[in-house]
Write a protein that binds this ligand. Structure first.
Ligand code: A3P
Length: 292
């Protein structure tokens, strides 16, 4: 109901807003001072860009297509977020081949990553679809502030006052600094959506994790939208309804579609967005696929 208390506690860290109970000052400090190991794989995304998808891909791939781990351990334990408060319990320095996740912007992790040979996979998604996905996520994720109308949310998204800050700064921060990162792979949501097999081959080569045909096929199958939607270790249905309310909007919302934004953006919102995009991305060579 409208009276339902939100779990919202907003905190600022280096000028970026975070839900305070999920990301305490201590957990953010832990993340920015993290000791990476060369065998680590770090999945980096702006929220709603295909994080969960890449967590599943890297998990199953590192198990050579065996799905037991993906079917028995929640994604937040097998590929924990560096910046969430429970992370220190999950991460153990004696563990090799750790899979880590972060939504933090580059400037907050640059020092921790400097000199590291950890493998960094950056997943980006066209920002109109990100904005719509993030808007619906605000409706179901009770730890985030009220989204308001789409128009209000879109303004906040474009201004970068949403959690984790500006999409533009995030994507440009990581990709424009890619040369400073020893092992860096850039993948898009749209590429995965169109040619998942080819994306899996790129990831497998990058991770130096060669797969035989049946291992690749098994990975491909378990990372499909329909398998992931059914897998409670990855579809967030294990999270209590007070924290994530799937009645408001499912986590696995649309069938991995490109260009769903047209159903939410008005023509005017799209024009405004395009103008801001053009000016904010003038110093980036990235291009995105906007529709199917
Ligand atoms: P939509 O809200 O557009 O449906 P993140 O994991 O970064 O929070 O991103 C969530 C988005 O990725 C959601 O987008 C979700 O449906 C989509 N997604 C997750 N797994 C997917 C898969 N296997 N194939 C396609 N899209 C997937």
């Amino acid at each position: 109901s409208a009276n339902m208390a939100r779990l919202e506690v907003t905190e600022t860290f280096h000028g970026i807003t975070f839900p305070g109970h999920l990301h305490t000052q201590d957990s953010l400090h832990y993340a920015t001072h993290f000791k990476f190991q060369d065998t680590d794989t770090l999945i980096v995304t702006y929220p709603k860009s295909g994080t969960t998808w890449m967590q599943e891909i890297v998990t199953v791939m590192s198990c050579k297509g065996d799905t037991v781990r993906a079917q028995t351990q929640p994604n937040w334990n097998r590929a924990p977020w560096l910046e969430q408060y429970y992370c220190p319990d999950v991460l153990n320095a004696s563990q090799e081949n750790r899979i880590l996740t972060t939504h933090l912007p580059y400037n907050l992790l640059a020092a921790a990553l400097s000199g590291s040979k950890a493998k960094v996979i950056y997943v980006a998604r066209n920002p109109k679809d990100v904005a719509v996905s993030y808007y619906y996520f605000h409706k179901m994720a009770k730890f985030l502030p009220e989204s308001g109308t789409f128009s209000e949310f879109l303004s906040a998204f474009l201004e970068g006052t949403v959690h984790y800050g500006s999409w533009f700064d995030h994507v440009k921060g990581w990709t424009n600094n890619a040369r400073n990162i020893h092992n860096f792979l850039y993948v898009t949501y749209e590429e995965m959506s169109r040619t998942l097999r080819a994306s899996l081959e790129r990831v497998s080569e990058f991770l130096q994790c060669p797969l035989v045909e049946e291992e690749l096929t098994s990975t491909l199958k378990s990372c499909s939208f329909s398998s992931m939607k059914k897998n409670c270790m990855v579809n967030y249905s294990l999270i209590p309804q007070e924290i994530m309310d799937h009645r408001k909007s499912k986590f696995m919302r649309k069938a991995g579609k490109i260009g769903d934004w047209v159903n939410t953006f008005s023509e005017e919102q799209s024009c405004t967005f395009d103008a801001i995009y053009t000016s904010r991305m003038a110093d980036s060579s990235l291009t995105f696929v906007w529709c199917n």
